[in-house]
Design a protein around this ligand. Structure first.
Ligand SMILES: C[S@@+](CC[C@H](N)C(=O)[O-])C[C@H]1O[C@@H](n2cnc3c(N)ncnc32)[C@H](O)[C@@H]1O
Length: 331
């Protein structure tokens, strides 16, 4: 555990993590603030505390894969924080409910997912997330991840590494980087990996963002099976909501944002018949109403104050009726 953090920290002025689009998140949950908001990515609790402070009847159930986030959670009468993967939020909510005495958690009416990693995780060298800080090749968000970065980098062949960098990093020079990594084995640590990547890409590509940025993102996504967790978490979150419930998701790269947008659009479709059917046979009514026609982006002022907000995109949807048909299961 990080010894520099006191148990009485002020989440608004704590370097653990600066919440992105805080005011927008708080406002989006205003209509459901008489219920519990499941914050599936609790992190430093910045969003959670802002919700609790703005909405005196709201409760928050925080979930995080990282034991460090749970250990550092502030205490609040209307807050519960547990370790787990948001993909499993249905059973987590169930188990917290069964352990609750008085007063019980109000019904879940909101779900928040603020994806990726916290500033605290990136800035803690021993977690291995940063290409600027020397640390072990770990990158696990929590102990539930099946493998660490070192194992992938030591065991995957050139084709597998190329696939990871291309799919999860959208990296142009995926194969050259994969070949360089296999040649450089064994990789010692994060900065060794960063320098191998930097040397593998052509000189002009080194000038823009750090050349290792996409590779680190890709390895992190693979280590933590992040896209699979997101797909399952979206389904679980939408399922959990009653009519009028709201889901808010903040993503930080196009792969995540595409998954969120696709799921919301699927849920908002009125008809799920195959496009070649002349008339509608399913009679389906949409499960979701999209609240953000376009993704909401942070203002220039927010980006200036918190550069890590730059790539954030927020999408929100409202549940129209509970017990809707799963759009993926209809023919
Ligand atoms: C961007 S931070 C959230 C910051 C938080 N909103 C705040 O204001 O402090 C993302 C957090 O989500 C956690 N996380 C990412 N994927 C997760 C998952 N599938 N299940 C649970 N927690 C996850 C990470 O460990 C990290 O602490």
């Amino acid at each position: 555990m990080d010894q520099t953090r006191s148990s009485h920290h002020d989440p608004y002025h704590d370097p653990y993590h600066e919440p992105v689009l805080r005011a927008e998140v708080v406002d989006l949950f205003a209509p459901v603030a008489d219920g519990t908001i499941v914050d599936g990515t609790f992190g430093g609790g910045g969003h959670a505390m802002a919700i609790l402070e703005a909405h005196p009847t709201a409760w928050v159930l925080g979930i995080d894969r990282d034991p460090d986030a749970v250990a550092n959670a502030p205490s609040h009468r209307r807050l519960r924080v547990v370790r787990g993967n948001f993909a499993d939020m249905a059973s987590i909510v169930e188990s917290v409910r069964s352990q609750e005495h008085e007063p019980p958690l109000p019904p879940v009416r909101g779900v928040l997912l603020d994806l990726g990693i916290s500033s605290h995780q990136v800035d803690t060298a021993r977690r291995g997330f940063s290409y600027h800080r020397t640390g072990p090749l770990d990158m696990r968000m929590g102990p539930d991840a099946e493998q660490d970065a070192a194992r992938i980098l030591a065991e995957a062949d050139v084709d597998e590494l190329t696939r990871i960098f291309r799919t999860y990093g959208e990296e142009r020079f995926a194969r050259r980087i994969a070949q360089a990594i296999v040649r450089a084995r064994p990789l010692r640590d994060t900065t060794h990996l960063a320098s191998v990547v930097a040397e593998a890409v052509p000189a002009p590509a080194r000038r823009a963002a750090h050349p290792a940025r996409r590779v680190f993102q890709a390895i992190r996504i693979a280590v933590n099976a992040e896209l699979d967790a997101l797909e399952r978490g979206l389904d679980a979150g939408i399922d959990l909501l009653p009519e009028g419930g709201r889901i808010v998701v903040i993503s930080y790269h196009s792969l995540e944002d595409r998954i969120v947008k696709t799921r919301f659009v699927a849920g908002a479709r009125t008809c799920t018949c195959p496009p070649d059917l002349p008339v509608c046979a399913c009679g389906a009514t949409p499960e979701l109403k999209i609240l953000t026609k376009r993704a909401v982006r942070p203002s220039e002022a927010e980006i200036a104050a918190n550069p890590r907000a730059r790539s954030a995109r927020l999408r929100a949807a409202e549940k129209l009726h509970a017990g809707a048909t799963d759009p993926k299961e209809t023919p």
